[in-house]
Write a protein that binds this ligand. Sequence first.
Ligand code: TXE
Length: 498
Amino acid sequence: MDQLSPMLRLPEQPKTFGFFVDGQWRQGSDHFERVSPGHGVPVSRTSRCTVEDLNAAVAAARAAFENGSWSDLSGAERAGVLLRVAEILKRRRDEVAYWETLENGKPISQALGEIDHCIACFETAAGAARALHGDSFNNLGKNLFGMVLREPIGVVGLITPWNFPFLILCERVPFILASGCTLVVKPSEVTSVTTLLLAEILVEAGLPRGVYNVVTGSGRTIGQAITEHPDIDMVSFTGSTAVGRACVHAAADSNFKKLGLELGGKNPIIVFADADLEAAADAAAFGISFNTGQCCVSSSRLIVEAKVAQQFEELLASKMKKIVVGDPLDPATQVGAITTEAQNRTILDYIEKGKSAGARVLVGGSKMEHDGGQYIQPTLFTGVRRDMEIATDEIFGPVLSSFSFETVDEAVQLANDTVYGLAASLWTSDVSKALSVTRRVRAGRFWVNTIMAGGPEMPLGGFKQSGWGREAGIYGVEEYTQIKSVHVDIGKRQPWIV
Ligand code: TXE
């Protein structure tokens, strides 16, 4: 942290960034100005690109894909570039974390931890680039031999949100590059800087021109145009379920591009009476407060066994009261600012809806005034009915709703009582119960006696309306390939015409 201390200050004036197409920096004629949500002061200016800018980026990505400067390289050569990125990121770790904190409002200590995870993503993808392979079939009869080739899908459009701008980027970009694809990336218009910094890093690591392009702009113009673009082969989208649905329509109405979708969640944390309740309460407090609950895998529904429910809620409330909320640039801060004004309003509205529907606030329940930024106290609601909006909707904020259950069946039913299926956490000391509940709850990521654990080796993605496909690890690389079945006749042809 010593190295970082000169950076724990706000910039004197907002820094202007261009956008990146075909290995070159360009300037937009119009800009977005980003105000730090933790401090209320302008910190960055990024280009408001046009659809023409996007078309130029897609053309560059297509040309780079077709000329084979990246897609024809061996896995070992691609791995070399990805490992160099990891080394450069280690050097630029503090700077990237600083910009992430300024634009997003997350605590600097958390941002630094996320960059470490991003470094691991590049290292893992380097390994995956070398491990990627197809298959063969030697059981097709004496005269026929079968091979299954994995080929890169082509040009990928990547649309990312504002909650983890660099982490979500790095859970995808290295794996997409490992597959041999080229990219056009559109970050959220409020948190674009670190996606642009990655362009500088990739150039220094030796990525050929045109392989990684960044077009900054609004979702409605640039995002929508990516999903409709006839020359983009696949789109990976992370964001709201509503926009995910629009992506599906746009893909169907254009070129049937493949989609990877990581959408909303309303994730359960199930606590049985036989669990280590201290540890489970600590995890529940972390699970709803991490990244101010603006996290698709936040555990936002507490499902606790009735005989310990009151005791557990009291324990949890006492822990939540101690969470340090405040200036994201302060290394001691645990929970920072809410990233956008719109999200701040949405969360506060849900808190009011919960109160007026009759749920009771055990801790939190209001905004906090601090340094000109927007902050909300981690909040716990008890007495929540299953039909209340705070029970069903993804709030995307530090608001936890508590439910209780009597039987294992009831716990499973409550956990599955959502249109989403992104993640779940389960706490018990009974291994049989843990495994049987894990099998019955429909979620793409599962944590037993832990929460939000894991590394980039493990795939991520959702069941039900939480999305399609998987990112990260070898699964993430395979997602960006398509399969070709090759049949080779190794005998003499049986004539058809005699
Ligand atoms: O997301 P959007 P918003 C959820 C969360 C949050 C809600 C709204 O519940 O409260 O979504 O957030 C781009 N075509 N999540 O409005 O709009 C946009 O520019 C193509 C969960 O910010 O979905 C940005 O780059 N792209 C989520 C990205 O989509 C479009 C993370 C996400 O923004 C577009 C974020 C369009 N028509 C929000 N419109 C998660 N799964 O982690 C916008 N975009």
